[in-house]
Design a binder for this molecule. Structure first.
Ligand code: NAD
Length: 249
């Protein structure tokens, strides 16, 4: 028996990096998966790479009308949703002193507002026993230079998981946060650094990680499958670090 047999799942930001790897593993475990992203061409490429049991809906998590359209589609096609991986997000480098209003608004709009309204608007579709996984980050607790706004958004995401298990108590819906460590993905090219600077960052981080290396999107996806499935039926409100030990020392 596969771990997500017959389940319907949503992965926001499912056309790249951790989201794409997770969508693939959800499907391999028997789920039907909806992926979202902002650009249709990248969604089309992801659907082609995944192959089957997937539908892409172009949708910006920070746009409430897009979210309404997304959940109307899932309602019409499936009638319910068992698993949400609120994954879409990202950040850019900006040291205190150079933080602009635009940087602040953009980062909070995607990482915090986007996660909140993705989950809230999905609620009418969630049955008892549904599982919600929020993609936070080790940045929720470990500081990185010039990354304070991103880190604050991820601390907010981690906090949502704590609060929402109380708000959803009567419905027996589980909410957990996952906190990846350093996991090179296409998202690293959007940080505002050159390719060389990205490589330097990755190399400098790898030596500080107890396992001596950075992680892969597949390693995060495996942990998300655990939180999505009944294997984690008594796990609720946690922050699961998948970081090679980086945030534990
Ligand atoms: P990525 O850039 O490869 O993937 C991000 C995905 O989010 C893309 O599919 C992108 O299209 C989508 N996205 C961005 N803004 C969106 C929006 N407004 N609406 C809809 N989709 C949007 O990067 P990734 O590294 O796979 O990041 C995925 C998540 O993991 C992010 O929330 C990120 O903060 C978190 N994370 C990543 C790492 C890491 O080291 N890669 C570590 C900790 C946390």
């Amino acid at each position: 028996m596969k771990k997500l047999e017959g389940k319907v799942a949503l992965v926001t930001g499912g056309n790249s990096g951790i989201g794409l790897a997770t969508a693939k593993q959800f499907i391999a475990e028997g789920a039907y998966v909806y992926i979202t992203g902002r650009r249709q061409t990248e969604l089309d490429a992801a659907v082609e790479a995944i192959g089957k049991n997937v539908t892409a809906v172009q949708s910006d998590v920070s746009n409430l009308a897009d979210l309404d359209r997304l959940f109307a589609t899932i309602k019409q096609e499936q009638g319910h949703l068992d698993v949400i991986f609120a994954n879409a997000g990202g950040g850019e480098i900006a040291p205190l002193g150079s933080i602009t209003e635009e940087h602040f608004d953009k980062t909070f709009k995607i990482n915090v507002k986007g996660v909140l309204f993705t989950v809230q608007k999905a609620l009418p579709l969630l049955p008892e026993g549904a599982s919600i996984i929020l993609n936070a980050s080790t940045a929720s607790t470990v500081a990185t230079p010039a990354f304070s706004v991103y880190s604050a958004t991820k601390a907010a995401v981690r906090s949502f998981a704590r609060s929402w298990i109380l708000d959803l108590k009567e419905r027996k819906i589980r909410v957990n946060a996952i906190s990846p460590g350093v996991v090179p993905t296409p998202g690293y090219n959007l940080l505002g650094l050159s390719d060389e600077q990205v490589q330097e960052f990755v190399d400098s981080q790898a030596v500080t990680i107890p396992l001596g290396r950075v992680g892969t999107p597949d390693e995060i996806a495996k942990a998300v499958v655990f939180l999505a499935s009944d294997d984690s039926s008594f796990v609720n409100g946690i922050e699961l670090f998948v970081d090679g030990g980086m945030a534990q020392i």
